[in-house]
Design a protein around this ligand. Structure first.
Ligand code: NAD
Length: 260
């Protein structure tokens, strides 16, 4: 489905990003992985994806809080693959704290990585996409791009902003064969959420098991975490030719949370 296509997936050394990278590679796309982590483990993942799916897989350690590194990453993908057809803005961090205690450096980091990075990467790839009259931009926001929860001022603000950016880009580039959509996952059991379980337990003063049942899955009508593979399948569809008319959408995959 995605043969001859190439993709940058930010924050793809772990969790949802790695699942999406795997899903796109499975469909035949060349992949530029990005994110932090242990160098040996990242190389193992890169080589494994490349061998398993018979596609080119490269890696950039660009820091998504650094616009210069984001631009260099886009350039690396162009050099390695000749073009960039698909961009998945997925890298994200979280911090949970009451608004009056919310550390300014955490606010700034969440804005930079969860929102501003998408602006810088989209800006870097759109000129070529316009020239080739094809592009798929997929932004990973959250159910928290559509609704709020306490103690997440920066995250909820950044994710709402990401949906706004996505819609704006979508209507701006629609006539050039480029689509731009946002995926809004409910809770997915990844390292980011594992860390949050502990932080939320502290913020709410309840046990980790109670956080899962009474905070995370309370509005998720299905009462199960969303699976990385389900999000990967949605991203692969959005990247395909079949999704040419789907643009400017914020698509929840949240077990019913935002409609509950
Ligand atoms: P994760 O912690 O497993 O993965 C985050 C990825 O981002 C990692 O690869 C990490 O190295 C990378 N990253 C972090 N800071 C970076 C930086 N400065 N530069 C480059 N890479 C950086 O998290 P996840 O749960 O897979 O989350 C992925 C995305 O999905 C995030 O945007 C998150 O907000 C969103 N999301 C997650 C959930 C969930 O329940 N897990 C729900 C909704 C939305």
């Amino acid at each position: 489905m995605l043969k001859q296509k190439s993709a940058i997936v930010t924050g793809s050394t772990s969790g949802i990003g790695l699942g999406i990278a795997r899903g796109l590679a499975e469909q035949g796309a060349d992949i530029l992985l990005n994110g932090f982590g242990n160098a040996d483990e990242i190389e193992f993942t890169r080589a494994e994806l490349q061998r398993q799916y018979g596609v080119k897989v490269r890696y950039s350690g660009a820091d998504m809080s650094r616009p210069d590194q984001i631009r260099a990453m886009a350039e690396l993908a162009r050099t390695e693959f000749g073009k960039v057809d698909i961009v998945v803005n997925n890298a994200g961090i979280q911090h949970v704290a009451p608004i009056e205690e919310f550390p300014e450096e955490k606010w700034n980091a969440i804005m930079a990585i969860n929102l501003f990075a998408a602006f810088h990467l989209i800006k870097a790839v759109v000129p070529d996409m316009k020239a080739r009259r094809f592009g798929r931009i997929i932004n990973v926001a959250s159910a928290h791009g559509l609704t709020a929860s306490p103690f997440k001022a920066a995250y909820v603000s950044a994710k709402h902003g990401l949906i706004g950016l996505s819609k704006t880009v979508a209507v701006e580039v629609a006539e050039f064969g480029i689509t731009c959509n946002t995926i809004c996952p409910g809770y997915v059991k990844t390292p980011l959420v594992d860390k949050q379980i502990a932080d939320q337990a502290k913020a709410h003063n309840i046990s980790p098991a109670d956080v899962v049942r009474d905070v995370m899955l309370v509005h998720q009508a299905r009462k199960e975490f969303v699976k990385v593979e389900e999000l990967a399948a949605l991203a692969a569809f959005l990247a395909s030719d079949a999704a040419a008319s789907m643009t400017a959408n914020a698509i929840p995959m949240d077990g019913g949370w935002t409609q509950h």
